[in-house]
Design a binder for this molecule. Structure first.
Ligand code: TRP
Length: 334
């Protein structure tokens, strides 16, 4: 039997190459080998100050973006269409250590962002966010969770919740999941390689996967190469970033030959930039086409995801039913 993989992503605006190479490409690549569940976590998105209309739009545009880059519709669900996540989340609140939850560093980062944004307000949901994440994972009895290193603490909490539950019920009901760390490139902003490619820094700091060809080429053309403060014999962060991007696209031959030029001291930056731009445009051409097609049939897309969420929900309902029985909750059939 195939092992189970689960991962989730928060709905936020555009998808850039940092998101794609850092996470989503990996999701796509895992699909043939594993039984995969991929969630768009709108309940998690409510933990920070937000606007309802914008949330709804972001959810559907992320769904379309994920489908456009190759996530299979049957693997994709929207978290709030599987409300059992929150039910199990509550149950897990009672199996999570308050002390441990208090030590989550993502909470510390996000709570100060929330405070700044909302005049001192921090939602209690933000505090219990990692408990809901544990429910996302354990509700499908996931074996592997592909996430970045920043999620290690949440995975540790998830394993502890599973163990505490198992201890109480005297049965190895949940299998503690493992993190699947895959090698992902460290994609930096081309405008400022000192920072990660990200949306929060502003438009020039990320390259949208669905941007048109001209814009993509322009962004790569204007990528920062030498900042002047690189040490003798060291590659500047901007050049390194361009090489990393080229490697991530799978352009190994171009990468090798340009690297030879670099080592020989004959690399022309314009050649490296052209190679990166060509490679990014080439991978994203089919994405753009598929996105246009999906946008023209939004109604069908909605229906398709409704169906897949309902199908996935059956698994979640089964788990919650078993958990309620084991946990001593009233569990009758209506
Ligand atoms: N916390 C994750 C992030 O910030 C998102 C997430 C929510 C998630 N639920 C999950 C990731 C379950 C993996 C599994 O990126």
């Amino acid at each position: 039997m195939k092992k189970t993989v689960l991962s989730c992503i928060q709905p936020t605006g555009d998808m850039h190459f940092g998101n794609y190479f850092g996470a989503v490409k990996n999701w796509v690549d895992l699909q043939p080998k594993y039984k995969c569940f991929y969630g768009v976590v709108d309940y998690h998105a409510m933990t920070m100050p937000y606007k309802p209309k914008k949330l709804k739009e972001s959810v559907w545009s992320l769904v379309i973006n994920l489908l456009a880059v190759g996530v299979e519709p049957e693997n994709l669900f929207i978290q709030s269409l599987v409300p059992e996540h929150t039910e199990l989340g509550w149950i897990f609140n009672c199996f999570a250590s308050y002390g441990q939850v208090s030590r989550m560093t993502q909470f510390k980062d996000k709570s100060s962002q929330s405070e700044e944004k909302a005049g001192g307000y921090i939602s209690a949901g933000l505090f219990t966010y990692p408990v809901l994440q544990a429910a996302d994972i354990l509700i499908y009895k996931a074996d592997y969770v592909p996430v970045g290193k920043d999620q290690d603490q949440h995975l540790e909490l998830t394993r502890n919740i599973a163990q505490r539950f198992n201890n109480m019920v005297g049965k190895d009901y949940f299998v503690p999941p493992e993190t699947l760390h895959t090698e992902t490139p460290n994609v930096r902003s081309t405008a400022d390689p000192a920072r990660k490619m990200s949306k929060s820094a502003g438009e020039k700091h990320y390259i949208n996967v669905f941007a048109d060809e001209a814009r993509m080429r322009k962004q790569i053309k204007s990528a920062v190469t030498d900042t002047g403060d690189t040490k003798e014999g060291e590659m500047s962060p901007g050049i390194e970033n361009l090489f990393n991007l080229l490697k991530a696209t799978g352009g190994h031959e171009a990468h090798a030959s340009l690297m030879d030029d670099y080592k020989a001291g004959t690399l022309r930056y314009v050649d490296l930039k052209t190679a990166v731009a060509d490679a990014l445009v080439e991978i994203s051409n089919p994405f753009r086409e598929r996105k246009a097609e999906l946008m023209s049939k939004r109604k069908e897309v909605k229906n398709r995801i409704k169906v897949s969420s309902a199908e996935i929900r059956k698994r979640a309902q089964q788990t919650v039913k078993e958990v309620k029985e084991l946990a001593g909750l009233a569990n009758v059939r209506f």
